[in-house]
Design a protein around this ligand. Structure first.
Ligand code: 4EZ
Length: 230
């Protein structure tokens, strides 16, 4: 077993690296990968940089170059579902690319031939997250995550994403990681803690809460890692 743990930004993986202790840094494809052994299990950690392209490259590298056979993503997201408050956790049941648009040819939003509007996350990892949540006495909402190459800070854009995908939260990497893992048959799990509500003051909320929310997500991911390696 070799576990990949990914974030998009340095702040999203910093608490994970801290918990793991010492690691070996390898440069590959213009990025850094941090390799370590935790409780006898090999782990590779990386932050991809923001967006679908960088996250695709990193997920693919972790699987194909580093031979990871499970992928966990930890990070922050903008809330769409009003029940999600700052710091709340959302586990992706399925993910979609909200900016993938060939509707001009009669296709639904998020769809291209050979692909699918949604990619489902691994059910047993979601089940494991429910166990972890129960043990911690935490509520973890399961929902739909929409991914696109934009930081959403507009209720009109948000409403449109709800209309097409019934999404509960949005970010910029989950669905691309999902597509890679699905194509390569690697079980994956996407966890996000809310940093903002993707409206007019999203950037201010993000700046204020991204670090604390990133820690909430990272700590939960490490509890899951503990369960996986035990
Ligand atoms: C992308 N990530 C944000 C990166 C922002 C600023 C330097 C998560 C996220 C997000 N993505 C949090 N809130 C969001 C929002 N409102 N729209 C898109 O994964 C980088």
């Amino acid at each position: 077993m070799k576990i990949a743990i990914m974030g998009a930004m340095p702040e999203e993986i910093a608490p994970i690296l801290e918990k793991l202790g010492s690691y070996k840094t390898t440069k590959y494809a213009d990025n850094e990968y941090y390799e370590t052994t935790y409780k006898g299990v090999e782990i590779v950690v990386a932050y991809s940089k923001i967006g679908k392209v960088f996250s695709t490259l990193t997920a693919s590298t972790m699987i194909q170059y580093f031979n990871c056979d499970k992928l966990l993503f930890s990070g922050v997201a903008g809330a769409i579902n009003p029940s999600l408050k700052i710091g709340d956790l959302i586990v992706a049941s399925k993910l979609s690319q909200h900016d993938l648009d060939i509707t001009a040819f009669g296709h639904p939003m998020g769809f291209v031939p050979g692909g699918s509007v949604f990619v489902e996350a691994d059910k047993s990892l979601i089940e494991l997250s429910n166990k972890v949540a129960l043990e911690l006495g935490k509520t973890v909402q399961e929902g739909i995550i929409a991914t696109g190459d934009q930081f959403v800070h507009d209720t009109v854009v948000k409403d449109n994403i709800v209309k097409h995908f019934k999404a509960d939260a949005l970010e910029m990497e989950g669905a691309s990681v999902a597509v890679v893992c699905n194509a390569l048959n690697i079980p994956f799990f996407i966890l996000r803690a809310i940093s903002d509500t993707a409206d007019t003051d999203a950037s201010f909320s993000f700046d204020e809460f991204m670090e604390s929310s990133a820690i909430i997500s990272a700590e939960f991911i490490m509890r899951m890692v503990d369960k996986i390696v035990d």
